[in-house]
Design a binder for this molecule. Structure first.
Ligand SMILES: *Cc1c(COP(=O)(O)O)cnc(C)c1O
Length: 385
C-alpha cells in the first residue's frame, strides 16, 4: 500500500543498524561487551556548559521559537573563535550559519545545488550523510576512492571529464572519519584549483579540527587564498566539547553558499533551542582547558591501543587526529565477517569498513571511546583468539 519514493529506495542500506542489533542481543544475553564501535565521546559535557544551559533554560524568553539563522551573539562568538583558532576573519552576519548539528547541514546542503542527473563527489569510505543528502536531493554520489597508497586523499586527477561536468559539489573531511587521515595545505591548494576550474563547490567537514595529538594542529581550508570563493566549511561542537546529544554546529565561508543553505533550512526547521545556543557561546568563549585534557586522554588511549595492536602484529596507522584507528583486516576476510568474528569470539564491537563505502572493505574502525583499562582488556581478548 505504501510505495516508497525512488529516493528512499536508492538510499544505501544502513549497515550500522544490523551491527547495533547484534550488539544489543549479545549484551542482553549477559555478555560483557567492549564497544569500540561508536564515534561518540564517553566523557560528559564540561560542567560550566551544563550550568549555562540550566540557567538559560530558566528564562521564558528562551522557550519560544529561536531565530532561524541563529542568535547574533552566537554567530559573533563563532567568528571570534575562528579568528583565534585559524586566523581567518568571518563576517558573523553573512558568513556564519549555526546548525542543529553539522549533520543536518551537510545532509541539507545538496538540496540547494543538485538536480536529478547531477553528481556530488564523495570520498569512499565516508561519513554517510554526504551520500544520503545527495540521494535525497535526487542526484548521484560519485565515489572518490580513498586509498592507503594516496594517504587516504582523493586523487583529483583521476576524476573523468564527463563526471567533472556533471559534478556540483565535492565533499572532503580531514581529519577524516573513518580513516583518521589528515590533509595538509598543499592538498587544499590543489582542491581549490580543481574547484575553480571545474566550477564545483567545496564542502569541507572539519568536525575533528580540535581532536589532535602530538602537537599537530589541523588547518581550515579557509586559511588558503581563494577558498572563500568556492568553499563552505562545517564545524560541530559535538566532538570538541562532548556535546553530541545537544545538536549544535555551524557552517561558514562563502556568503552565497551559507545564505542558500539558510534558505533551505528556513523551509525545514526553526533554529536551535535558544538555551543550547547560549550554552554554545559559553563553550566557544569560555575556558578551553577541558579540550586539551580530552586530547591527552584520547592520546593515552591511542598509545595503549597502538602498542597492543603492534604487539599482536596488526597493521594500523597511528592517528594524528580524530578518535579512530583504521585497521587492516587479515587477508582473505571481509570486514563484516571479521567484525562478526570479533563480536562472537571476543565480545568486542568494531565497525566494519564496508559500512562507510566499498573502498572501506578490508578495514575495521576502532573508536577510542572507552577507558584504557577496557582497551587493555580488549587487547588481552584479541591476544587469546
Ligand atoms: C561526528 C561527525 C560530525 C558531527 O556531527 P554533528 O551532527 O555535528 O553531531 C560531522 N562529520 C563527521 C565526519 C563526524 O564524524
Amino acid at each position: 500500500m505504501f510505495k516508497l519514493s525512488k529516493k528512499i529506495q536508492d538510499l544505501p542500506p544502513y549497515l550500522f543498524l544490523e551491527i547495533d542489533k547484534a550488539k544489543r542481543k549479545a549484551a542482553a544475553a549477559g555478555r560483557d561487551i567492549i564497544d569500540l564501535g561508536i564515534g561518540d565521546p564517553d566523557q560528559p559535557t564540561p560542567r560550566h556548559i551544563i550550568e549555562a544551559l540550566y540557567q538559560a533554560s530558566l528564562d521564558p524568553a528562551n522557550h519560544r521559537y529561536a531565530l532561524d539563522q541563529g542568535m547574533p551573539a552566537l554567530r559573533r562568538s563563532i567568528a571570534v573563535w575562528y579568528k583565534e583558532r585559524f586566523g581567518v576573519s568571518l563576517n558573523p552576519g553573512s558568513e556564519v550559519l549555526p546548525l542543529i548539528g553539522s549533520k543536518e547541514g551537510l545532509a541539507h546542503f545538496p538540496l540547494a545545488f543538485l538536480n536529478p542527473g547531477d553528481y556530488s563527489l564523495v570520498p569512499d569510505p565516508c561519513y554517510p550523510p554526504y551520500k544520503g543528502g545527495t540521494i535525497l536531493a535526487g542526484a548521484k554520489p560519485y565515489s572518490l576512492p580513498l586509498l592507503e597508497e594516496n594517504a587516504f586523499l582523493p586523487d583529483l586527477k583521476k576524476i573523468p571529464l564527463s563526471v567533472r561536468k556533471k559534478a556540483k559539489i565535492i565533499f572532503v573531511n580531514y581529519p577524516n572519519n573513518p580513516t583518521s587521515a589528515t590533509a595538509e595545505k598543499a592538498f587544499y591548494k590543489e582542491l581549490i584549483e580543481f574547484a575553480r576550474k571545474n566550477k564545483i563547490i567545496i564542502v569541507s567537514d572539519l568536525a575533528y579540527s580540535e581532536m589532535s595529538y602530538d602537537g599537530y594542529r589541523p588547518a581550515s581550508i579557509l586559511e588558503l587564498e581563494g577558498a572563500r570563493e568556492v568553499a563552505i566549511e562545517f564545524h560541530s561542537l559535538s566532538k570538541t566539547y562532548n556535546m553530541t546529544g545537544w545538536r549544535i554546529g555551524w557552517a561558514c565561508g562563502n556568503e552565497k553558499l551559507t545564505a542558500v543553505l539558510a534558505k533551505v533550512k528556513s523551509n525545514i526547521d526553526s533554529g536551535i533551542f535558544s538555551a543550547v545556543q547560549l550554552a554554545g557561546i559559553v563553550a566557544l568563549s569560555g575556558p578551553q582547558e577541558y579540550v586539551k585534557s580530552m586530547c591527552s586522554l584520547y592520546q593515552e588511549r591511542r598509545d595503549c591501543l597502538m602498542e597492543g595492536l603492534g604487539a599482536l602484529g596488526w597493521q594500523a596507522h597511528r592517528p594524528k587526529a580524530t578518535f579512530y584507528v583504521w585497521i587492516k583486516v587479515p587477508r582473505g576476510k571481509s570486514s563484516l565477517k571479521f567484525s562478526e568474528l570479533l563480536l562472537d569470539r571476543a565480545n568486542i564491537v568494531v565497525t566494519p569498513g564496508v559500512g562507510f563505502g566499498k573502498y572501506g572493505e578490508g578495514y575495521i574502525r576502532m573508536a577510542l571511546t572507552v577507558g584504557k583499562e577496557r582497551i587493555k582488556e580488549a587487547l588481552e581478548r584479541l591476544r587469546k583468539i
